[in-house]
Design a protein. Structure first.
Lengths: 502, 342
């Protein structure tokens, strides 16, 4: 069989960690190949080796049966290999054209950049591959989906024949995902080879011809997509049967615990972000919020958690009104950005476990901090929430992402507040940690808490929520019962295509 | 140690260049600073104010604030110490001394709180604010001392009353005879203990450290950064203001213009070297005390400029090397943790 890429016995260590351990990886020309595995399985590392960013400690790479050395990305590009990274590498203040030609400028005799010629080429490419984008627009004015097109155009501009996409879908709406897949199929029909990294198995089934599964730095299997199933792939990814135990029980009570009434708020740049928004959540209910990044959901959460003053409206929790930012409302808050908002990374586990609770009478008097109480609290929570390693005095910086999230969840849920606000609570976590977060939230639901869940993962929203509110430009476009809707339907509302009542 | 050795070698080269024997100079340096109780007393006297300004810089750093204002804060504080010391001459010692020190601390605190307030309220950067406050302090006090309160033909205030004087340590241990080290050394050590307690045993200390390490997470945790900023800088100012105890109450018994010679700024270096830890600050202050007094003793053999150069080189080496070492040790710790995770 003819492989256009054939990586053999690739090993790569980072210190003591074997990120890739004797990996064999091959892709045929003109196929879409999915590379799957949990977070940390070594997918990005393997692709970075193929793109010349990392050098393997062992192993060899064959392109069309020829042994090659890929010392730099420039070298990889010269062999027709291109990669879109997990985080886009565009410069926001430059135009689309400038971003695309960066590092590959066509210069005229005098050294001036010949951008009109580049623009023409880009327009041709975007016609040919049906990737519509205005070459003169500034990247910062583009949506995430459009930025991705720019990244793809960048590869095409460099004549890439092999396109690597590292987790391209989590940031996209369902419609954008569909468009992307359309484009990838286009590439395939033009004879290009695509490698798609993902950990969403439904996407693998939908688009790929073949799959490689990685676990802990090793390849577990390589199969044709038609001869496998999602369940089999899930089992291969984690190494044993995955039991999705998170089943909702008990219907919500009818008493509203959290009521938001006519709230308006501005963003940091003083633009209206939330517009006259009302919602209410009952005890024992999870209300999901689906919205594309930047539609006011962050500001809404900040108002509810007392971090932002609304310009109008009120927040009522259990009949009591919380308006000023002085009074901290009784809300457990699992913030969006663990390292920035949720934790002081250079504090110990013990210290982090009281952040925001340190003013409670248990932990401090007017002046003194009761260290014994702080320690015993840590000991207890580490045990209950199975934080590893169970070392109270370890700095949180040294924990894995999943365990850092456990620290936050342990702290916030132990507040025993009637309202829980969870903002992207599973972003970047592996399957086990996600399961842990989900079951924690569902347990709190059973305990009668009112839970507001914001997530860009619609699967997650559908699985956990009782109702889902879709936000668009600071307003709630619609509220639907989770069991009566689909990702597709939510996606349509999220883009603002349909307004309420329309 | 390596840093010290390196800088002594470089210093030696300089000394050779001006035609002196480095070994003779160094022998002098060490015997004068550590070879006698008198020398040790001198070193401790020099170290005392550095402990205060080092602590002042350290708690600011811990809260993520770059406080360059210790110089102004200590000028105001020391002046007030002297004024109280010479004004309320009827009070007995046990009241007068605490009152004088309190006045110094309050003056320094005010001088720290003002830039803190400007930062909290208007977002004006504390580096600029505190530097400006230094100029204001220097100007105001210089005017007051030369035009209002001075003893004619001098640049110092009148003598404080005898009952305000702090005892010199040679009263208790005659070995120190002649050196100006005094009871304020103990006040400085107590302040170290106090700062340690504050940082790790109190709610405010916890909040202060949280703000310094991650202000956003602190805010999410319900800590009001603005108020803590004012309070932190006021405390830092109070610590700097206590410097007056050493010089005014313990040594000269009056306030003299220009007495500080940059103690406030050296405090920043002390804090950096000590990595903002109170115990480290005591050690770093003694180290700087040795350098300062040592370079005074070799003044007769080498030009003052050279000893200043040497001091600066040592500081540079020590600070870069400790940074390097700390990065290395944390790296090591992380490796160990990763191993135990596997
Ligand atoms: N530059 C690096 N230095 C040290 N460790 C790294 C580096 N890049 C990745 N790793 C580690 O290698 C492992 C595999 O990472 P990665 O290839 O990014 O996984 P994936 O993309 O499958 O989520 C992880 O444990 C990660 O922490
Ligand atoms: Mg990755």
């Amino acid at each position: 069989m003819m492989f256009s890429i054939n990586m053999q016995h690739i090993s790569k260590r980072f210190g003591n960690l074997r990120a890739n351990d004797g990996v064999n990886f091959s892709v045929q020309q003109g196929e879409i190949h999915a590379l799957v595995g949990e977070n940390g399985a070594g997918k990005s590392t393997l692709m970075n080796i193929l793109y010349g960013i990392h050098q393997p400690d062992e192993g060899s790479i064959l392109l069309n049966e020829n042994l090659v050395k890929l010392e730099t990305p420039a070298r990889a590009i010269s062999f027709g290999i291109g990669m879109v990274h997990q985080h886009f590498m565009l410069i926001p203040s430059l135009t689309v054209t400038e971003n695309i030609i960066l590092g590959n400028e066509l210069t005229s005799m005098l050294g001036f950049i010949n951008s009109s010629e580049a623009e023409r080429t880009i327009e041709q490419l975007s016609d040919r591959y049906r990737l519509p984008v205005n070459p003169r627009a500034r990247v910062e004015s583009l949506s995430v989906g459009q930025q991705q097109r720019v990244e793809l155009l960048k590869l095409l501009y460099r004549n890439a024949e092999i396109l690597i996409l590292d987790e391209p879908t989590p940031v996209l709406t369902p419609q954008e995902v569909e468009e992307l897949f359309h484009t990838l199929n286009n590439f395939k029909s033009m004879g290009k080879t695509v490698i798609l990294i993902t950990h969403k198995l439904s996407e693998v089934m939908a688009i790929s011809n073949s799959v490689t599964v990685m676990r802990r730095g090793k390849v577990v299997t390589r199969v044709d997509t038609v001869s496998t199933s999602q369940i089999e792939l899930a089992r291969l990814m984690v190494g044993h049967d995955v039991e999705f135990r998170t089943v909702k029980t008990s219907p919500p009570s009818s008493m509203p615990v959290l009521v938001v009434e006519g709230v308006s708020a501005q963003s940091d740049r003083h633009l209206p972000a939330v517009r006259n928004l009302s919602l209410s959540i009952a005890g024992g209910e999870i209300l999901g919020i689906a919205a594309i990044e930047g539609n006011g959901q962050s500001e809404l959460i900040q108002v509810i958690t007392g971090l932002r003053k609304p310009t109008a409206g009120k927040v009522v929790i259990k009949g009591q009104e919380y308006l000023s930012s002085r009074h901290h409302p009784p809300v457990s808050h699992i913030p969006e950005d663990r390292g920035k908002q949720g934790l002081v990374l250079d504090f110990t586990i013990s210290e982090n476990l009281i952040l925001g609770r340190h003013q409670e009478k248990n932990f401090s008097g007017l002046f003194r901090l009761f260290n014994e109480k702080v320690e015993s609290n840590a000991k207890q929570l580490i045990q209950v929430y199975d934080i590893r390693p169970p070392t109270k005095h370890l700095r949180v910086r040294n924990l894995s992402g999943g365990n850092q999230q456990k620290v936050i969840i342990a702290r916030e849920l132990s507040k025993n507040a009637p309202v829980i606000v969870a903002n992207h609570p599973t972003r970047g976590l592996d399957i086990w940690a996600i399961e842990f977060v989900h079951s924690s939230l569902l347990r709190e639901r059973t305990n009668g808490k009112a839970i507001l869940l914001v997530s860009s993962d619609l699967e997650e929203l559908l699985k956990l929520s009782d109702r889902i509110a879709v936000m668009y430009e600071g307003e709630i476009v619609t509220i639907v019962e989770a069991k009566n809707t689909t990702e597709r339907e939510l996606g349509i509302y999220m883009t603002g295509a349909v307004k309420r009542g329309a | 140690m390596l840093a010290l050795l390196l800088s002594f070698i470089i210093g030696g080269v300089f000394i050779l260049l001006i035609g002196k024997d480095p070994f003779v100079v160094y022998a002098m340096f060490f015997s004068q600073t550590m070879g006698s109780w008198y020398g040790i007393g001198q070193v401790l006297f020099k170290a005392t104010p550095l402990i205060f300004t080092g602590l002042s810089a350290a708690i600011s750093f811990r809260a993520g604030l770059f406080n360059i204002g210790a110089e102004g804060q200590l000028i105001i504080g020391s002046f007030l110490v002297a004024m109280v010391g010479c004004t309320f001459s009827s009070l007995p010692s046990f009241l007068l001394i605490p009152c004088a020190l309190l006045a110094g601390a309050l003056g320094g605190a005010l001088w720290g709180a003002i830039p803190g307030f400007l930062k909290a309220k208007f977002g004006a950067h504390e580096v600029i604010n505190t530097i400006m406050m230094n100029f204001v302090a220097a100007g105001v006090i210089s005017y007051l001392v030369t035009n209002v309160y001075s003893v004619p033909a001098t640049v110092h205030t009148p003598q404080i009353t005898a009952s305000a004087e702090l005892l010199r340590l040679d009263v208790f241990a005659s070995a120190f005879h002649g050196s100006p080290v005094n009871v304020s050394l103990f006040i400085a050590l107590a302040a170290c203990g106090g700062v340690y307690y504050l940082l790790w045993r109190t709610r405010f200390g916890y909040e202060l450290r949280a703000i310094g390490l991650n202000p956003i997470a602190a805010e999410y945790g319900g800590i009001s950064i603005a108020r803590r900023t004012v309070l932190t800088l006021a405390l830092a100012g109070a610590l700097a203001g206590l410097v007056g105890g050493n010089f005014v109450l313990g040594y000269k018994h009056y306030y003299e213009l220009g007495f500080s010679e940059g103690i406030g700024f050296i405090g920043i270096a002390v804090a950096l070297l000590a990595r903002n830890h109170p115990i480290g600050i005591v050690l770093a202050s003694i180290f700087f005390g040795i350098l300062e007094y040592g370079s005074l003793t070799i003044n007769t053999m080498v030009p003052k400029e050279l000893s200043n150069i040497l001091q600066a080189i040592v500081i540079l080496f020590m600070i870069t090397l400790t940074k390097f070492l700390s990065r290395w040790t944390t790296h090591l710790q992380e490796c160990i943790v990763q191993d135990s995770n596997v």
